[in-house]
Design a protein around this ligand. Structure first.
Ligand code: TMO
Length: 315
């Protein structure tokens, strides 16, 4: 009798699970890919987790700002790296329109800003203060920038508003946008041999911190509203006259319809949380180890089963 009771209990549990949990749709979960390595690898990590649960997954390369409108409309299903500094404004405006929601916050602290490799400080010892940087502007001059300093910003879709900041703070710098993240690393790498001073856009978590010790430039501290309200920040007539948030969030966004259409995958998504070292490692597998993103994701999953298996409800 004891055996029979066990069987019927198991059957009951199975039956109730079937009744209460609709299966995930066989339509592909659409995951957007952008132009920096951790986001690409993390997207494949999560895509492969969904595939391990029996889901279909499709990846699309999209603009990193326009993606919030796409998630809101359900054209893509989610976004795994909502960086406060770069994407907070686009995320907030899509939230206000409706159709997407905040599906979780990674256990990570992010910063995105002007950055220099440590050797730069030898010729500009007042760093990391932004005014000291500005006084050293001539050190960063190139034929392209005349007597002004050159700041190599990220690709334009990261919308960092560096030119507005240069104007708002009256800096002697010219902003040049890199065509790709790889161009930023090439700039630092090329400066390394003769310890040439350079200032470029960089962020954390990233692989770069393990390769080139460096520091972020300390601009006037970020204040909520600095980008919209001229009264915020030191210049009463300018917006964008603050640094980016030094303790930014890293969120996950999901299309509101995901929960109904792919309930199991959605349940997993809301448990996902990566840390700074995990995110830096994902970038490193591509940017240092030169793996393809799919392979990097597979390697990361294999090495970190204890991290992600619990998110799937499996063991
Ligand atoms: C959006 N990014 C992490 C490259 O600053």
């Amino acid at each position: 009798m004891r055996f029979a009771a066990t069987v019927s209990l198991a059957a009951l549990v199975a039956a109730s699970a079937t009744v209460s949990n609709a299966a995930d749709s066989s339509d592909p979960i659409i995951i957007p890919i952008h132009n920096w390595s951790s986001q690409i690898v993390m997207s494949h990590v999560v895509g492969q987790i969904f595939e391990s649960m029996g889901n279909n997954v499709e990846f699309v390369t999209t603009d990193s700002q326009a993606v919030y409108e796409s998630v809101r409309l359900g054209d893509v299903t989610l976004e795994l790296e909502v960086w406060e500094g770069a994407f907070g404004a686009s995320f907030r405006s899509a939230l206000e329109k409706g159709g997407l929601h905040d599906a979780g916050t990674h256990n990570a602290v992010t910063r995105e800003d002007w950055w220099y490799p440590m050797w730069t400080k030898e010729s500009c010892p007042g760093l990391p203060d932004w005014q000291a940087l500005n006084e050293c502007a001539a050190l960063f001059a190139t034929p392209e920038t005349g007597d002004k300093g050159r700041f190599l910003g990220g690709p334009v879709d990261w919308l960092k508003h560096d030119q507005e900041r240069v104007d708002g703070l009256g800096m002697n710098f010219v902003v040049v946008n890199a065509g790709s993240a790889a161009a930023l690393w090439a700039e630092i790498g090329a400066a390394e041999a003769d310890k040439k001073p350079v200032v470029v856009f960089n962020w954390t978590p990233n692989f770069a911190e393990a390769v080139w010790p460096g520091e972020f430039v300390e601009f006037p501290a970020w204040e909520e509203g600095c980008n919209e309200d001229p009264s915020k920040g030191p210049n009463p007539d300018a917006t964008y006259d603050c640094g980016n948030p030094a303790n930014g969030y890293l969120k996950i966004a999901a299309w509101d319809g995901m929960k109904e259409k792919w309930p199991a995958a959605y349940g997993t998504l809301t448990q996902i949380s990566f840390t700074n070292p995990q995110i830096a490692e994902m970038a490193k597998l591509v940017d240092i180890d030169e793996m393809e993103p799919e392979d990097a994701a597979a390697a990361w999953l294999e090495a970190n089963e204890d991290v992600w298996k619990p998110w799937t409800g499996g063991s």
